[in-house]
Design a protein around this ligand. Structure first.
Ligand code: CO
Length: 461
């Protein structure tokens, strides 16, 4: 039986271990070799890569994608999309969502893994439609979490609905690495009875469950697993690719992976990983196994972000308290899965609650939007007293928030004006206005500087 391998080093592995700070120039040379390994797909875009390119790396994320595609023409490129929130932190109007999906595919994406943080399928409908329309694979993900309001029956129902909506494949997205081998086996078995669509498992090594859960997933019939090249594996990242390939091949599964070629990939990334540790980009703390995440349900990316936020605030000594506050905030909010943007919203609120000394004295405005239902339906009941305290006389909405949003493209185009050199620039701006504007201004400056000196002018100087 064939098991596909999705390599995550270019997206989730570096996002989970080093807050997505890997510049293209650091990994560009290994791309042709990655293309030869035989992966089912390479996850390389989406999630935080876009924001990080513009905000920290002074890179055009679209240009990064085109370069990866050029160097990897034989392997499917995969991205992660936050449903109606695209790569941002709030719902966008439908015209923006459609245009973003179209351009992602045009620039090189083959597989779009689409999820909604609350598993509210109204928020994945437009991305699925648009992905299929442009001939790419619409992989729809359930955000896996455990809580008093989440169970296998709910997930089975969700997956049936996803299939009816036109999903090309299904992923179980366990962003916190909390799925246990037993839960994996039961869930994958139940889903395989529900649908014939290819089934993927995405998990993390955070709690140490990762390898076991991937193996149980394969035994229960999963078709594809997500792993990271060993030098970037483990801890908050994915289980190691080579380890899974060795184990699975011995058991008689075919992964289609060329093991010799993986050695080259690993020897490339190993010294790079050490460099990132040496310069402080990777905190060795997150490389270990943390079983307390089984209680806190904190995804890898969120854990490393919390650490860097608390360090910035000079409050890293409050880390344990913040970790303990996270599940309490989550309960108050009706048990949302901790995935973007809910992981940030819950993380920031938990930090506020601890640092302020009084819970919910300061409330971030995203909490208000959440309570109003702008992100979608909460999985469980929101703490009614807290909702009343925060909303006052405002009433939650009873429709999909994006239904009443005005088209966003015209305003974005107008606001950016001359700075926009492409359709892609406008999308960058709509999602990250300040950050993209700063980036585009800098780019325009650099371009000006480079065309200023023709040979003729040079001679005159
Ligand atoms: Co992940």
């Amino acid at each position: 039986m064939r098991i596909g391998i999705t390599e995550t080093v270019l997206r989730d592995a570096q996002q989970s271990q080093m807050a997505t700070r890997m510049p293209l120039s650091d990994f560009q040379d290994i791309l042709p070799a990655l293309d030869q390994v035989g992966y089912e797909s390479i996850e390389c875009w989406g999630g935080a890569t876009f924001d990080s390119c513009l905000r920290f790396l002074n890179e055009d994320p679209w240009e990064r994608l085109r370069k990866i595609k050029k160097a990897c023409p034989n392997t499917k490129l995969q991205m992660l999309l936050r449903g109606q929130n695209l790569l941002g932190y709030k719902p966008y109007p439908d015209d923006v969502v459609r245009e973003f999906v179209r351009l992602s595919i045009k620039n090189g994406i083959d597989v779009i893994r689409i999820f909604d943080a609350l598993n509210d399928l109204r928020n994945v409908k437009i991305p699925i439609e648009e992905t299929r329309k442009h001939g790419a694979e619409a992989q729809v993900a359930i955000c896996y979490t455990t809580s008093p309001v989440h169970n296998i029956e709910n997930y089975v129902r969700l997956v049936k609905d996803m299939e009816n909506m036109g999903a090309s494949s299904i992923a179980i997205k366990d962003m916190a690495g909390v799925i246990t081998p037993q839960e994996t086996f039961e869930l994958v078995s139940a889903l395989k009875e529900t649908t014939n669509l290819p089934l993927h498992l995405h998990t993390h090594s955070t709690t140490g469950m990762g390898f076991m859960s991937l193996l149980k997933a394969v035994e229960a019939g999963a078709d594809v697993i997500d792993t990271a090249i060993s030098s970037f594996s483990g801890g908050t990242s994915q289980p190691a690719t080579e380890t899974m390939v060795f184990a699975l091949e011995q058991m008689g599964y075919q992964t289609g992976i060329n093991i010799d070629k993986m050695i080259k990939i690993d020897s490339f990334f190993l010294p790079l990983h050490q460099q990132y540790i040496d310069c402080g980009l990777i905190d060795p703390y997150i490389l270990g196994t943390r079983t307390d995440a089984l209680n806190y349900k904190i995804p890898g990316g969120m854990l490393s972000n919390l650490i860097s936020q608390l360090k910035d605030l000079n409050a890293i000594d409050r880390f344990e308290e913040v970790l303990a506050e996270v599940p309490l905030v989550r309960k108050d909010l009706g048990y949302p899965p901790l995935v973007t943007p809910m992981s940030q919203i819950v993380g920031v609120q938990a930090t506020q609650n601890v640092l302020c000394g009084k819970r919910y004295q300061n409330v971030c405005k995203e909490i208000v939007s959440y309570m109003l239902g702008e992100y979608g339906m909460a999985p469980g009941e929101i703490n009614p007293d807290l909702q009343k305290q925060i909303l006052g006389t405002q009433k939650p909405i009873d429709y999909r928030f994006a239904d009443k949003l005005e088209n966003g493209l015209p305003a974005g185009e107008e606001a950016l004006g001359e700075l926009a050199k492409s359709e892609e620039d406008i999308l960058s701006y709509i999602m990250f206005p300040q950050v993209a504007e700063r980036f585009l201004k800098k780019r325009a400056e650099q371009e000006k500087n480079t065309v200023q000196y023709t040979i003729e002018e040079w001679e005159e100087i």
